[in-house]
Write a protein that binds this ligand. Structure first.
Ligand code: ADP
Ligand code: MG
Length: 253
């Protein structure tokens, strides 16, 4: 589904030397899998997602989606940001309809799809409210619904739950697993949280501090659906320890 070959990204620096955000990333993501990406802040996680979404070009290396070279924004990708970026003057339903309007999708079709998604993410009864009238968790759900509105094959989430409190965050993680499992979409989830990455991922890709490189790519062989009870099991702890070790290896080495 996603193929990344020796991808690097440098930003022009304030002074002479450029800032290398990512260096030599090689990664392939199979269709229908859920891949979690963890790494210290500033290591290039958001940059990687923006490049996959076609919002930014890589400096070096290649990126293919379904065997096609990526250049320019793709309509088969949905992106969920850390903060819900809903338009405050539009209702939940109008926000969810936005991508379809931009892409010129048939209004009736888009409307049916929006209603289905509102139900799907559990926002029925709230669809005519404005973002400011919703809790943080509901706003995030609306953001996820909006990212799914044009039925993209690939869903990219950039620390989507980091502004939520711990309990809500766990609920939303399970919600994401349900959405992923019932839609068959390919999901790339960037997160700061080791337990969240292990709980959700088929694989956890660990990036090094900037410039981000792949420090480890760990297959999580735990049964599905994952549950919160699993967090207490030795199997889970084993994977969490592997991820943690890969994250700190750089600092010590
Ligand atoms: P992360 O999401 O892992 O915290 P980012 O991808 O946001 O990291 O940023 C990686 C590095 O690239 C950081 O050092 C950041 O300052 C730099 N960076 C990100 N976006 C830009 C930009 N548009 N221009 C210049 N530097 C940037
Ligand atoms: Mg980021």
């Amino acid at each position: 589904m996603v193929q990344i070959q020796r991808l690097s990204k440098a930003y022009p620096g304030r002074r002479a030397s450029p800032i290398t955000a990512l260096r030599g990333i090689t990664l392939s993501i199979e269709a229908g899998t859920l891949v979690a990406v963890v790494g210290p802040s500033g290591c290039g996680k958001s940059t990687l997602l923006r490049i996959i979404a076609g919002l930014e070009p890589p400096t070096e290396g290649g990126l293919w989606l379904n065997g096609e070279d990526v250049d320019g924004t793709r309509s088969d990708v949905g992106l969920v940001f850390q903060r819900p970026t809903l338009l405050p003057w539009r209702t939940v339903r109008q926000n969810i309809l936005l991508p379809a309007e931009i892409l010129g999708i048939d209004r009736a079709l888009a409307g049916r799809r929006a209603d289905h998604l509102i139900e799907f993410v559990g926002l029925n009864g709230f669809e005519h409210l404005y973002p400011a009238q919703l809790s943080g968790g509901m706003q995030q759900r609306a953001g996820i619904a909006r990212a799914l509105a044009h039925d993209p094959d690939l869903l990219l989430l950039d620390e989507p739950f980091s502004s939520l409190d711990a309990l809500l965050r766990e609920r939303m993680a399970l919600e994401l697993q349900r959405i992923w499992a019932s839609t068959g979409k390919t999901v790339v989830l960037v997160t700061h949280s080791i337990p969240e990455a292990v709980l959700l991922g088929d694989r956890v890709v660990v990036l090094t501090p900037r410039p981000g490189r792949v420090a480890a790519d760990i297959a999580i062989d735990l049964p599905r659906p994952r549950t919160l009870e699993m967090i207490e099991t030795p199997g889970f702890s084993h994977y969490a320890a592997l991820v943690r070790r890969a994250l700190v290896a750089r600092d010590e080495g």
